[in-house]
Design a binder for this molecule. Structure first.
Ligand code: GAP
Length: 469
């Protein structure tokens, strides 16, 4: 009993923790509700100045690790709008559905599988008809306690039309995954770059899904970014390459500061695999108040996509070996959501502790991800000689790092708290000692304060760059 109460308290405080993170993100300019002044648009979120900075750092680090530091990866940036035939060939037109039910009184829509899962029912591999039967037999109601409509399938692709005249020929879809942009450019990349198999094509870009029930902040939204790789291999080597990429994905999660105990790998059961996959592992993160849920996916897509595009377009998707052997490569696909990565990083970084007898909140972000690498301020902003010196240090650091904050609001203690809250790893203060006015031996030294420990050291200005690096 006591354990149960403790567990409930923990879940509640974790849920509070998520609420605090969302509130901090709004208050400090990381994430705003989409179209907020008009009451918002469900499933959309806008990244503010610090959110863009964190997002860009995530994407830059990802590109550095998976593309720039390797010889077997090629970049791509394909269009969001693609010929509708792409989605017919890939199977999305026929199968990219989510099961939907409606509250018969309010009209609110829900995903059947989510409703059943929340009721403790294992839905893995269940057909729509089976889920519908359970709803009827057990008289499952909507969260508002109203009867539910029969379950039906709902295609999640956003439809629009190109050109001046709407009609069947002009119907296109906003891509629901960036992956297909890679498959349709497979031949272009092979012809232009002559890569040696195994090799990958990487892309970062927007994807759109008309989610039935967008929820949980950035977790399930209608417009989001993906960082995806299609890694082309010989069929005989897929298992070996799968293990290599799996280790690379683990390395990535470590690199962005996610602790091992908060990550787990979930082997998706065969009866729950996507239509294109023969094996999938979900990398799950332990989100506070929610528990483990999908952060990134890793699928073995076989030769499904290239084969389908070859059949539908009539264009060969074969790879030709130097000895003339031709074959359609098989594909391994590490797929990461930027928004979920962003959320996991914030959850991991969010910390409350006590400093100088006060509770403080800070983001323990790794330096390579923090929106600001360092903040610079003059001890007093009404002393021109301090401001001038601080400006010189600021300019020097800004030329090197770019993301350097100038902060001269309020007293130094308040500046530290503000920078702690947005995760700035170090704060530099230029004081009278820097000017050599009090202790000549400290001339041209500054105070550098460490975000996590609050410790302060004096560093010679000319050593600052190497000290911070
Ligand atoms: N190309 C494979 C693919 O798209 P997925 O598992 O559907 O696979 C990959 O998506 C990743 O994209 C997920 O692990 C998740 O991080 C992110 N993602 C998918 N749908 C999302 C949504 N509605 N909102 C936010 N992120 C989403």
């Amino acid at each position: 009993m006591t354990d149960k109460i403790k567990q409930n308290n923990e879940t509640q405080s974790e849920a509070n923790c998520m609420e605090k993170i969302v509130a901090l993100a709004k208050r400090r300019g990381f994430v705003f509700q989409g179209s907020e002044i008009y009451g918002g648009l469900k499933g959309t979120w806008d990244y503010g100045p610090l959110g863009v900075a964190l997002n860009n750092n995530i994407k830059r680090e990802w590109w550095k690790m998976f593309v720039d530091s390797r010889e077997d990866m090629y970049g791509l940036d394909a269009s969001i709008l693609m010929n509708a035939k792409v989605w017919e060939a890939s199977g999305h037109t026929a199968t990219f559905f989510d099961p939907l039910v409606e509250d018969t009184k309010t009209g609110e829509r829900f995903r059947v599988d989510h409703l059943l899962k929340e009721g403790g029912i294992d839905v893995a591999g269940m057909t729509l008809a089976e889920m519908d039967t359970i709803i009827k037999d057990r008289e499952i109601k909507s969260p508002q306690g109203n009867p539910l409509s029969p379950a039906r399938q709902f295609n999640m692709m956003f439809e629009t039309s190109v050109g001046a005249t709407a009609g069947l020929d002009s119907t296109v879809y906003l891509r629901p995954e960036t992956a297909q942009g890679i498959f349709v450019n497979f031949k272009n990349v092979v012809d232009s770059m002559s890569p040696k198999i195994p090799f990958g094509i990487a892309q970062i870009g927007k994807a759109f899904r008309n989610e039935i029930a967008p929820r949980e902040w950035l977790f399930r939204v209608r417009e989001f970014e993906q960082m995806e790789i299609e890694y082309f291999v010989r069929e005989s080597e897929w298992e070996k390459q799968f293990e290599k990429l799996r280790l690379d994905m683990q390395k990535w999660h470590k690199h962005i500061g996610l602790s091992a105990e908060n990550i787990r790998e979930y082997e998706v059961p065969a009866n729950d695999l996507a239509h294109y996959s023969k094996r999938t592992i979900d990398f799950e993160y332990n989100f506070p108040g929610k528990g483990f849920d999908e952060l990134a996916g890793f699928a073995y897509r076989t030769d499904h996509d290239l084969k389908k595009h070859m059949e539908a377009s009539g264009v060969s998707m074969e790879y030709i070996e130097p000895d003339g052997t031709r074959f359609i490569p098989h594909v391994l696909e590490p797929s990461f959501g930027v928004g979920r990565t962003f959320t996991a990083i914030l959850c991991e970084a969010y910390t409350e502790d006590e400093m100088n007898g006060e509770v403080r909140t800070y983001l323990k972000l790794p330096a390579h991800l923090a929106p600001y690498r360092v903040a610079v301020s003059p001890l007093l902003r009404n002393k021109p000689e301090l401001v001038e010196k601080a400006r010189a240090v600021f300019s020097m650091l800004k030329a090197e790092f770019g993301n350097v904050a100038w902060d001269d609001n309020g007293n130094v203690g308040k500046r530290y708290r503000r920078q702690d809250e947005i995760g700035t790893p170090a704060c530099i203060v230029i004081d009278f000692e820097t000017l050599g006015q009090e202790k000549p031996e400290l001339k041209d030294t500054v105070t550098v304060r460490n975000r996590d420990t609050g410790e302060q050291v004096r560093v010679v200005i000319s050593d600052l760059m190497s000290y911070l690096k």
